[in-house]
Design a protein around this ligand. Structure first.
Ligand code: PEP
Ligand code: MG
Length: 585
């Protein structure tokens, strides 16, 4: 009987494939398929790495001082023995030959198999030998780094789905190359950054599946139902067939949506709606354009800074990335957010270059986003200068995340002014930019007039607004049930922010553009509600653009406005559900 598990659906669609189980610590190695026919060459890479490690261990042993404790020499013997053990040599080569995994991936896959069998041992001495195997594999991975990787890229014959306890957003990024057809993690919430990246990959994903990585075994057949958050392990052929049909149907539905690509996003009552894209890397612009985006509403630049150790991108490198986005978008507005490092987005998979920073007890409430940037003004100005330079090549807007204090706002503008004068001193004329504030902290909504006075536009980050209004960690699956974008308090804040922004034109010399760039904006089930609350600009993953446009085309804002107001007044769940049903009718 097939095993079924439920988690939180975060990225839609269905994937059917063989499970690749990987421990979080191993996800940062390269994963690619070697081209057919190149398997033996890759096995040779592995062989050379083993020879190098054998030499390394031999040298270590011969250079041991005469007074070294005898256990040390014995230790090295154990490592030499493990290196020659067929479980490491032959079995790893098998992953390369059978699956065409690159050597690093094959090694970590095999390490996970070995680690599991060690975990199941009763003998605690033997259980502890797992650490020795890990050390040997670490040495091999280091040795492989010194050898020329064989370029791959072609897909294996079978579809693969990744199952891990957790995946850091930075690690998820490397899967943009498309090795896996789906993802499952034990932990995480719907708007955790790992989930957000999975969604941007447009691949079925389920997070918060608790026991999945313990119960699913390497190579098991798994169905990931990203629409319902369901996992089916070892499904019967009939179930697989059923899901294959569903997969085809959803692909057909996507193709049908493509027809809307060039249709203007206008409601039945003639309101023009701006549909913008959220991106993580410059390459994502292609998907944004394919989805018919009228611009970029959120470029999460922190992804340029991840997996870089201490080698953070300098001004020129950043400038090139920003200029590329601005130019690719060909005159459409491009909103680039200054880095939002911290919380569940550490710089380097937990090991930040400013040591110890993420050991804070409450990282989501700690040194994050603008607080992080202002704590290192020199680094902040590198980014601001790069942005101001890129602004000379198109319509660039700078967006500042997580502001809450007037002081932060004034310091940000002071740094921006300083960045401008530094550029001028270097003989470079800074480009013109609009500057916007992200509204993601309830305190910022409650003092919105201050933000409206100083900024050209605001962008409401509902992912964090929900997190901070309801005191729910957005990445914690144990409280995921309570993470509710429709909570009456969240809706009140959202409505207030939209209405006050619209009203600002009466006391400010120009209107203040307001947009929502959190996940709510990309949820077609919420489009009517947001339109009813007066929202006219939505920013979302490129994959969501056309589904939201479909809702826009069917909507009549004049009819939705009173219905949305009626939702706002409801605090009891049943009353709210009734008001929402009227809005959907
Ligand atoms: C948000 O908080 O809604 C947002 C868009 O920013 P991020 O998801 O990157 O925190
Ligand atoms: Mg945010």
């Amino acid at each position: 009987m097939a095993l079924q598990m439920f988690g939180i659906p975060v990225s839609r669609g269905v994937a059917v494939g063989r499970a690749v189980l990987m421990s979080s610590a191993r996800l940062d190695v390269a994963h690619y398929f070697v081209d057919p026919g190149q398997e033996e060459q890759e096995v040779n890479r592995l062989r050379s790495a083993r020879a190098a490690v054998r030499d390394e261990l031999q040298t270590l042993q011969t250079e041991l001082p005469s007074d070294a404790p005898p256990e040390l020499a014995a230790f090295i013997d154990v490592h030499k023995m493990l290196l020659d053990d067929p479980h490491i040599g032959r079995e790893t080569a098998n992953w390369i030959r059978r699956r065409r995994y690159n050597a690093e991936w094959a090694l970590t896959a095999q390490l996970d198999v070995i680690a599991r069998s060690f975990d199941e041992m009763d003998d605690s001495y033997l259980r502890e030998r797992k650490a020795d195997v890990e050390q040997v594999v670490e040495r091999l991975l280091r040795a492989l780094r010194g050898t020329q990787a064989i370029d791959g890229g072609a897909h294996g014959d079978e579809d693969l789905v990744l199952v891990a306890h957790d995946i850091a957003p930075a690690d998820m990024m490397q899967f943009k190359q498309g090795v896996f057809r789906g993802f499952v993690t034990d932990i995480g919430g719907k708007t955790s950054h790992t989930a957000i990246v999975a969604r941007s990959l447009d691949i079925p994903a389920v997070v918060g599946a608790r026991e999945a990585s313990r119960l699913i075994r390497q190579d098991d057949w798994v169905i990931i139902d990203g629409d319902n958050g369901l996992l089916i392990v070892d499904p019967s052929p009939a179930i697989v067939d059923d899901y294959r049909v569903r997969k085809q149907e959803s692909e057909l539905a996507r193709q049908r949506l493509q027809r809307l690509r060039n249709t203007p996003a206008r409601t039945l009552d003639g309101q023009s709606i701006e549909l913008l894209a959220n991106i993580e890397l410059p390459d994502d612009c292609e998907a944004a354009l394919r989805g018919g985006a009228s611009g970029i509403g959120l470029f999460r630049t922190e992804f340029l800074f991840m997996n870089r150790g201490r080698d953070l991108p300098g001004e020129d490198e950043q400038f090139e990335a920003y200029r590329r986005v601005v130019q690719t978008m060909g005159g459409r507005p491009v909103t680039i957010r200054t880095i939002d490092i911290g919380a569940d987005k550490p710089l380097d998979d937990g090991a930040d270059y400013r040591d110890g920073e993420f050991t804070h007890l409450n990282p989501a409430l700690g040194l994050r986003a603008i607080r992080y940037s202002l704590s290192d003004p020199a680094m902040f100005r590198v980014q601001l200068r790069a942005l101001l330079r890129a602004a000379g090549f198109g319509r660039l807007r700078i967006l500042v995340p997580m502001l809450a204090h007037a002081r932060e706002l004034h310091q940000t503008f002071a740094q921006l002014e300083l960045a401008r004068s530094e550029l001028r001193a270097a003989g470079i004329e800074p480009g013109a930019v609009e500057v916007g504030a992200m509204i993601e902290v309830p305190g910022a909504v409650l003092m919105l007039p201050l933000f409206l006075r100083h900024f050209d536009f605001i962008s409401i980050g509902t992912n964090d607004l929900v997190q901070y209004t309801l005191a729910i960690d957005r990445a914690d699956e144990s409280v995921a049930e309570l993470y509710d974008p429709l909570h009456p308090a969240v809706l009140q804040l959202l409505a207030q922010a939209i209405a006050q922004s619209h009203a600002a034109h009466s006391w400010k010399d120009r209107p203040v553009h307001v947009s929502v760039c959190g996940e709510m904006a990309g949820d077609p089930q919420l489009t009517r509600l947001l339109l009813g609350l007066g929202l006219r600009s939505f920013s979302m993953h490129p994959a969501q653009l056309l589904a939201v446009k479909k809702e826009v085309l069917r909507a009549d804002c004049s009819r939705l406005a009173p219905l949305a107001q009626a939702v706002l007044g409801q605090f009891e769940p049943e009353d709210q559900a009734r008001a929402l049903a009227a809005l959907a009718a």
